[in-house]
Design a protein around this ligand. Sequence first.
Ligand SMILES: Cc1cc2nc3c(=O)[nH]c(=O)nc-3n(C[C@H](O)[C@H](O)[C@H](O)COP(=O)(O)OP(=O)(O)OC[C@H]3O[C@@H](n4cnc5c(N)ncnc54)[C@H](O)[C@@H]3O)c2cc1C
Length: 447
Amino acid sequence: MFRFLTKTATQIFRNTIRTFSGHLPSDIGSTFKDDILRYEVAVIGGGIIGTAIARQLKMNCSSLKTILIEKEDIFGKHQSRNNSGVIHCGIYYRPGSLKAKLCQKGIKSLYDYCHQREIPYTKNGKLITATDVREIESLKTLYERGLENNVDGLELLETMDKILEKEPRCKGLRSIWCPTTGNVNFEMVTNSFAQDYRMKKGDILLNNNVNSVKPSGDQDYPILLKCNENFHIKTKYLITSGGLQSGKLYELIRGESICNSRIFVTFRVNYHILKGKPVKVNIYETPDLELPFLGVHLSPTPTTTLLGPTAVPAFSVEGYNEEELNLKYLRNTLTSPNFLNMTRRYISKCLTQVQRRLCPADYVMKLKKLADFNEDDICNGPVAVQTQLLNADGTFQDDFVFEFFEGNDIQKRIINCVFLPSPAATSCLAIAEYVAKHFFDEYNPKR
Ligand SMILES: Cc1cc2nc3c(=O)[nH]c(=O)nc-3n(C[C@H](O)[C@H](O)[C@H](O)COP(=O)(O)OP(=O)(O)OC[C@H]3O[C@@H](n4cnc5c(N)ncnc54)[C@H](O)[C@@H]3O)c2cc1C
């Protein structure tokens, strides 16, 4: 009976791989020893980052035996689909930070990639706008930061005429003009990466949640992954890019969910849609430079304008609905000193976000200071969830976080993409190159 069940499970597994890889690699049969699949590297997470990394590994070494594992039935179902769709020019980030470096490099690669693959995109520019004299100093600081980051073509627009030349609907006092900003559907980019990877004969396993990462006891393939359908995969190396689930993956690998005294907290993000002719360019408010958030904005889509967003703490890790409640997650978050320090530190900003969510009139007023539109044309838009990493003192982690082969035992064979918030979608190709470089510096497969 047991043998029959094992055989049936193996057959289902083979079919799953066959179905989702679009082909059956000629040597996959030889990997079925003891009904366990063996790989040189497994990538967990089929968002824009995981697909970009898997693709890059195969581009660098086509014979590398790889598997990309995704828990959903499609790629990019979470952050890679639900975002603002803005190709960021790299102005905001602390000079020298990973965000600044990888965004600068990534934006060029992304435009080239979209052009080559005929993925629709625009390079229509962005106005970052001061609507109040008190914001002008911050705007100038941001402009200087952009120059330090070598962002192409920045201009400080000091008169209304110059602003209106760029966007007749903008209402700012002063603006920074960022000509290299653009818009794209990142879900299409994700699917295109997955397609490239598939063409390079990389294996894909959809509908499988990795719920255990343990030593296998096998010297050659020391990491054992278990998926929800009880499939077992042995691998020499592992790369994780779990997006919203980074906290859970961190816990599977390290046995604790706290990353260097930082905790993962999720926020529910609500957008609105402005019907009618889209704005010509992206219009952003002047951000609060103390926080790693870009503020509210208007961004064109092919047929409408995306407005927003507002962000309030979610009640579960994938808490897209207000009713979705995970008591364990909620208890751990609300009682952590990090969260309490965050609310204390940013109390007035937290209240503004809650007020904007509960009383949209206030938030519409802020948007109307940025651009001229008819508020009757606004309707509810998409909902997203985003993860933040909160430091012990309540401040937000403001750079990308990776762990490369850090720790003991199997941890020495793991690259963990711990925290990749915006502008990670813009930077995806540069991130993939960065991770692949670390990987091949460590592992030298027979090419
Ligand atoms: C509201 C919002 C707006 C944004 N706007 C922009 C923007 O305009 N421009 C920009 O550049 N960036 C933007 N970003 C950031 C960008 O979208 C993300 O940084 C990027 O999508 C992260 O990609 P990812 O692949 O790491 O994560 P995700 O897209 O979340 O993918 C992670 C994947 O891993 C899978 N997974 C997780 N755990 C497991 C497991 N145990 N087993 C198997 N699979 C697993 C998940 O199902 C998921 O598909 C925005 C983000 C948000 C939330």
